[in-house]
Ligand binder design. Structure first.
Ligand code: SF4
Length: 322
């Protein structure tokens, strides 16, 4: 029954939201490695961009490092994050005879393979992405320095001068804004009609579905809450998408305690979603925080069904050694 002492609030809950198949797999890899091989399990970089997830795994015995040289030769596994790593990382691990498990999302690995194929075919490669993001570092690191040119904006695409416009290809980061990327691709294809495009979109299904779900409701809500980390590319893009679709207040928060209630003002309807690395428990926490202040009703607004799941690395599928 509605609580008459609280103002009413409709929550439109985007679906799909939160964990994608690649994040789910990466977390499972660390958890299974801990079960099978015991602590410590080393993890190079944040396994996924979420503090709650990282802290939870740390409590179970995961040890997060920036580089392999921080890891002792103790035979314990090291896991590479879902964002992918430059080729030099597994090479170094092999040289040190380290036991490593690669949690790179298969959809990121697919982009790595595209880059390698273009390189073999002597194509100059353009990567559309954000400088400094681990996925971009990993993808550029599949090939020798200087083989890939990073393009971040439409202005970059306009200014780019290829060596040979007839031998050109582009690939993209998987977690970009669908709209920004198509604007950049439009400039590239207009300027260089012979450019080779990915066979199938590099922006992944999870990024696309979450952005579409936000677009569907952003114009109908007074505020949009995106649960996710500030360094999570796909979460940042969700916040931007809502803003561009005309939502007056669009905020990215890590947890319910980050909500700035004064910023929300007089709201009647709020949209809630979560980036691909944000666990559902944090979404529930946000809904509970609203329920403490408002008489909430929750409606799920779904734009796609997701059934995709990825296989675990072979080492974790085998029965445990006696
Ligand atoms: S966001 Fe997409 S590319 Fe990144 S881990 Fe999830 S499914 Fe893979």
């Amino acid at each position: 029954m509605a609580d008459a002492s609280k103002p009413p609030l409709e929550i439109l809950l985007c679906a799909p939201r939160g964990f994608c198949a690649g994040v789910d797999r990466a977390i499972q890899i660390v958890e299974l490695a801990l079960q099978r091989f015991g602590a410590p399990v080393y993890v190079r970089h944040e396994i996924v961009h979420n503090r709650y997830v990282v802290d939870g795994l740390r409590e179970k015995g995961a040890v997060f490092v920036e580089e392999l040289d921080e890891i002792p030769d103790d035979g314990q596994p090291v896991v590479f994050s879902a964002h992918g790593v430059p080729k030099s990382v597994p090479e170094d691990a092999r040289a040190r005879e380290m036991f490593f498990l690669d949690a790179t999302c298969p959809l990121v690995s697919k982009v790595h393979k595209e880059a390698q194929i273009h390189f073999k075919r002597d194509r100059e490669i353009v990567l559309i992405g954000h400088a400094g993001h681990p996925e971009v570092i990993g993808t550029m690191g599949q090939l020798p320095d200087g083989s890939v040119t990073l393009i971040e904006t439409v202005a970059d695409a306009r200014a780019f001068t290829p060596k040979n416009p007839e031998q050109l290809a582009f690939i993209t980061q998987t977690t970009l804004s669908v709209d920004d990327t198509s604007a950049i691709v439009k400039v590239l294809t207009e300027r260089f009609p012979a450019i080779t495009a990915p066979h199938k979109e590099d922006i992944c299904y999870a990024t696309t579905n979450r952005q579409e779900a936000v677009k569907r409701i952003a114009g109908d809500v007074d505020a949009m809450i995106v649960v996710g980390a500030p360094n999570s590319s796909n979460s940042q893009r969700l916040r931007e998408v809502a803003e561009r679709e005309g939502c007056a207040v669009s905020v990215l928060i890590q947890r319910a305690s980050d909500i700035d209630w004064s910023q929300l003002g007089d709201i009647r309807r709020v949209g809630v979603t979560a980036g691909a690395s944000a666990p559902e428990i944090l979404v529930e926490e946000v809904i509970d925080a609203f329920a403490a202040r408002y008489a909430v009703s929750v409606e799920v607004v779904r734009n796609a069904e997701e059934t995709i799941a990825f296989n675990l690395p072979r080492e974790l599928r085998l029965p445990a050694a006696e």
